[in-house]
Design a binder for this molecule. Structure first.
Ligand code: SAH
Ligand code: SF4
Ligand code: F3S
Length: 468
């Protein structure tokens, strides 16, 4: 069986399939076939999307974002995001008529949602026109699945697997300025609401030498921002020999020569150390911004969520970071309406938000995920009530955000220029170290460079200024 061979052999086999698929596609199409690859989820999922594109490019595919042009449409799914399933099935349904017109078109579904057996079963039964279905652990087997289907075998399903670290897959990155760099995969935390540990498998860390080699390559290719990715980067290094902690890896990346900045996500508060905060303070190339998801401001709810820290501990971390890192800003994820949450609990979340004054909040209405612990908790609060709380949170957030942005007026900020602005034809757009959008007039030659911008005004979605 495939799954029982050593990884090396399985990878070699996939390389063979890649070549065979390339030959077959070459015979079949006069022009390079086009693939549409859409990733629905988090940065980790986007990063997987870059590998899918890399493998497809190696097999001879070009890329399109128009479904009508696509010879292959591949949806890389997420199991967390609100209404994830409905959106994916809606998108797949919309492809049915296209496939009817062009029967040679292939449709594939992969990623976190497809790692769930019941979802794969639903597709097997109700979506006969889907050709390929594979979970996160089978990502590297795309060449084989594609080759088999292209050579006339029946539609391909591949689930299961344990999740390994696969090095050396070809990559086709989404941008040229900012690069994602996964340092670990999976999660062992089992927060009671979360499906990720079930669809991403156990936590496993890439070797520091592989991470550093990829970082060097990104810098050599001209990338100016590197984001180290993991579901809980603070527990990086578990099981590696010789032992290494995340703060050490982060410092090693930040010490590489070149002009670039480093970010990282996600940092779990239970494992966030003073060593990590000191490292950010000491290294110029690490952005003075920390994404530190708190989820709730109530200790009772945090306990039910299995987050394993208290609000007091969290606030101590924030205080320590504020003392050590001048100008540090924070962002967070928050869940509203966790089963059993009361309006009093929710008020504690608001209180925390007012204390920390986050520059950005990612807010989620709780949504039940079958298979997780919280799915069996009693959930008496009606959805309309939860939605009212949610709006209250958004109002508080936008008020704080406005105050924070107004306070920036007059200051000069380092900005990485990402592309043309929305304000006018001669405007540019970029982000400062806190990840706020900054717009200013300037020449297109500045795209991909760091510049200093004096902030002159702030308006809801962005800061506006002029190049110093
Ligand atoms: N590993 C990261 C987050 C991964 S999921 C961390 O621990 O912070 C991204 C966010 O989705 C979570 O932080 C949480 O806020 C939200 N989320 C996850 N499962 C959810 C659910 N069942 N309902 C609502 N929000 C959820
Ligand atoms: Fe999910 Fe918690 Fe793991 Fe984040 S740390 S991925 S929220 S289980
Ligand atoms: Fe990310 Fe969604 Fe999977 S948040 S890890 S793509 S379930």
């Amino acid at each position: 069986m495939l799954g029982q061979q050593p990884l090396e052999q399985r990878l070699a086999l996939q390389r063979e399939y890649m070549e065979k698929a390339a030959e077959l596609l070459c015979e079949r199409y006069e022009h390079p076939p086009l693939a549409l690859v859409h990733s629905f989820g988090c940065q980790q999922n986007q990063s997987d999307g870059e590998k899918l594109r890399g493998m497809l490019a190696e097999m001879g595919y070009g890329f399109t974002d128009q479904p009508e042009q696509a010879d292959l449409a591949l949806f890389n799914t997420c199991a967390v995001r609100e209404n994830a399933e409905d959106r994916v099935f809606g998108n797949v349904g919309a492809l049915k008529p296209l496939k009817k017109q062009r029967p040679g078109m292939l449709i594939g579904l992969c990623g976190c949602m497809m790692q769930q057996e019941q979802v794969a079963d639903r597709i097997r039964k109700s979506y006969p026109y889907v050709d390929l279905v594979f979970g996160t652990h089978a990502l590297y087997q795309l060449p084989e699945l594609l080759f088999r289907r292209l050579s006339g075998e029946k539609r391909q399903f591949r689930g299961g697997g344990e999740g390994e670290i696969i090095e050396g897959l070809p990559l086709r990155r989404d941008g040229k300025i900012k690069g994602n760099l996964p340092i670990m995969y999976g999660c062992d935390n089992f927060c009671s609401y979360c499906i990720v540990p079930y669809v991403r498998g156990r936590e496993r860390s890439r070797k520091p030498e592989d991470v550093l080699a990829e970082a060097r390559q990104l810098i050599a290719d001209g990338y100016k921002e590197i984001t180290l990715l993991g579901q809980n980067v603070n527990s990086y290094g578990k099981g590696l020999e010789p032992p290494i902690r995340f703060a050490q890896l982060l410092r090693q990346v930040a010490q590489l020569p070149g002009e670039f900045v480093v970010r990282f996500m996600t940092s779990h508060p239970k494992d966030c150390t003073t060593e990590l905060i000191d490292t950010i303070a000491q290294c110029d190339k690490i952005c003075n911004h920390i994404h530190l998801p708190v989820q709730s401001g109530s200790n009772r709810i945090l306990k039910l969520m299995n987050r394993r820290y208290t609000v007091e501990h969290y606030l101590e971390l924030i205080d320590y970071a504020r003392k050590q890192i001048p100008g540090v800003t924070f962002s967070s994820d928050l869940i509203v309406g966790f089963p059993g949450e009361t309006y009093e609990d929710f008020q504690k979340t608001l209180e925390l938000v007012r204390k920390v004054r986050y520059s950005t909040l990612y807010t989620f209405l709780y949504s039940r995920r079958s298979g997780t612990k919280a799915a069996s908790f009693e959930d008496p609060v009606p959805e309309e009530e939860k939605s009212r709380w949610f709006r209250e949170l958004l109002d508080t957030e936008s008020q704080i955000r406005e105050e924070l942005q107004q306070a920036q007026v007059g200051s000069a900020e380092r900005v990485l220029v990402e592309g043309p602005g929305r304000t006018g034809p001669d405007w540019l757009c970029g982000r400062n170290f806190s990840n706020d959008i900054v717009e200013f007039p300037g020449s297109k030659d500045l795209i991909g460079q760091f510049v200093d911008v004096r902030i002159q005004r702030a308006q809801n979605w962005a800061l506006f200024g002029s190049f110093v």
